[in-house]
Design a protein around this ligand. Structure first.
Ligand SMILES: NC(=O)C1=CN([C@@H]2O[C@H](COP(=O)(O)OP(=O)(O)OC[C@H]3O[C@@H](n4cnc5c(N)ncnc54)[C@H](O)[C@@H]3O)[C@@H](O)[C@H]2O)C=CC1
Ligand SMILES: O=C(O)C(=O)Cc1ccc(O)cc1
Length: 360
């Protein structure tokens, strides 16, 4: 069925039974799609297939490549020759290279949709897979090739259905635009996290014992797979290079200015500015919410009671954070709401005797 939600399908072969392939397989099987998992590594394939507990009958309607981009050309060529009636999708982290390689194969371009879910984890493998990995995330797709060729509409509609049924938001983009955007928002952060974490080599363990959330937050993705990332960075080097040169210049300026407090402050302020530009998890412009702090007692049922008050006041809580230290008898809940809802809730909580503080 072709609708504005895309074109549903009933069977898929997923080649690559790692983090992304297995996550897609889990989510599709939960929506009733028959899923066959393949992998060069028999153990990975068996684990993924056991987790997904599904099988296909007949030729797959869709073949999805969840493998490193370096393996795509050969795998696509083989599968395309064997399954001329199927539709082909990939999810690799770079998009120009797969499109160029597929377009070398006669008839390939129109049957192949290059896509990239902007979601993942730093730990690969089927064991890390999650069916909800793509919920609320953006997922880029590239319906047009650099030479002007177009992906067939049935392949496109099928890809859109897959993306939407996994809870992601599809974003259409050219492959070159994609590669330039992800150089900044994905590849540069990976490089910086890796460089930062590498500075810890040889550090004293008693120093590392002092590490707080800041070091963990800024180095989480430094745990990523070197083989996968060397390939991503090498194939997008052209887009990454100018960003690294900017970074090198900024680092050089900081080194020159370390004894100038005003200049050091302006580096930190520039970081505040950049950080504030990162949108919410659904993509799009960051929305400013009003933060309403509420101090609660550390006893069972307090959080549920607070949500009950939110329901009574008919306000919509957009987000919340909880700060609580072990041994402390209170916890700080910060609710994110629209400015008008924050004012309504503040009044309601004050009248009901809650320890609510001024919104900010
Ligand atoms: N890790 C992440 O967060 C994200 C990764 N991606 C992309 O997804 C793809 C897969 O990445 P992960 O699932 O993280 O890696 P992974 O390492 O968890 O899984 C990759 C799997 O592909 C298999 N494989 C490699 N070559 C193969 C071939 N020729 N035929 C069959 N199987 C083959 C490997 O044995 C492995 O099981 C990569 O292209 C990556 O750039 C995209 C978005 C996010
Ligand atoms: O773990 C994270 O936060 C990531 O950002 C993972 C990731 C890795 C590779 C991609 O192409 C997209 C996303």
């Amino acid at each position: 069925m072709a609708t504005n939600e895309g074109k549903a399908f009933s069977s898929i072969r997923i080649i690559g039974s790692g983090l992304i392939g297995t996550s897609i397989g889990l989510a599709l099987a939960a929506r009733g799609v028959q899923v066959e998992m393949l992998d060069l590594d028999q153990k990975a394939q068996k684990l993924a297939q056991d987790l997904i507990a599904s099988e296909i009958s007949g030729a797959p309607e869709v073949i999805l490549f969840a493998i490193p981009a370096s393996a795509l050309a050969e795998t696509f060529e083989r599968e395309f020759a064997l399954n001329p009636g199927s539709k082909f999708i990939d999810i690799a982290s770079v998009k120009t290279k797969p499109q160029v390689e597929v377009s070398r194969i006669s008839g390939g371009s129109s049957r192949f949709l290059a896509t990239h879910p902007m979601a993942g984890r730093e730990i690969g493998g089927a064991a890390s897979a999650r069916a909800d990995l793509f919920e609320g995330r953006t997922w880029i797709y590239c319906p047009t090739y650099a030479d002007g060729a177009q992906v067939d509409s049935d392949v496109l509609e099928t890809g859109l259905w897959l993306i939407k049924s996994l809870g992601a938001t599809p974003i259409s983009m050219s492959a070159s635009r994609h590669d330039s955007a992800v150089a900044l928002v994905s590849h540069l952060p990976q490089i910086v996290a890796s460089l930062l974490a590498a500075q810890l080599k040889g550090a004293k363990s008693e120093d590392l014992d002092l590490a707080g959330a800041g070091l963990r937050d800024t180095t989480r993705i430094a745990a990523s797979d070197p083989e996968l990332w060397q390939e991503i960075i090498s194939s997008n080097a052209q887009e990454i290079l100018p960003l690294l040169i900017n970074l090198q210049n900024d680092l050089g300026s900081l080194i020159e200015s370390l004894d100038d407090p005003a200049k050091v402050g302006s580096f930190i302020a520039a970081g505040n500015e950049g950080r504030s530009m990162i949108p919410g998890k659904h993509g799009g412009k960051a929305r400013e919410y009003t933060q309403l702090p509420v101090v609660i007692e550390d006893k069972p049922g307090q959080l549920a009671a607070l949500f009950d008050e939110c329901a009574k006041a008919s306000v919509n809580v957009e987000d919340l954070t909880i700060e609580h230290s072990p041994g402390q008898f209170t916890g700080l809940i910060t609710l994110a709401l629209s400015a008008s809802d924050a004012a309504i809730l503040q009044k309601h909580l004050e009248e009901s005797g809650w320890n609510v503080h001024a919104p900010r």
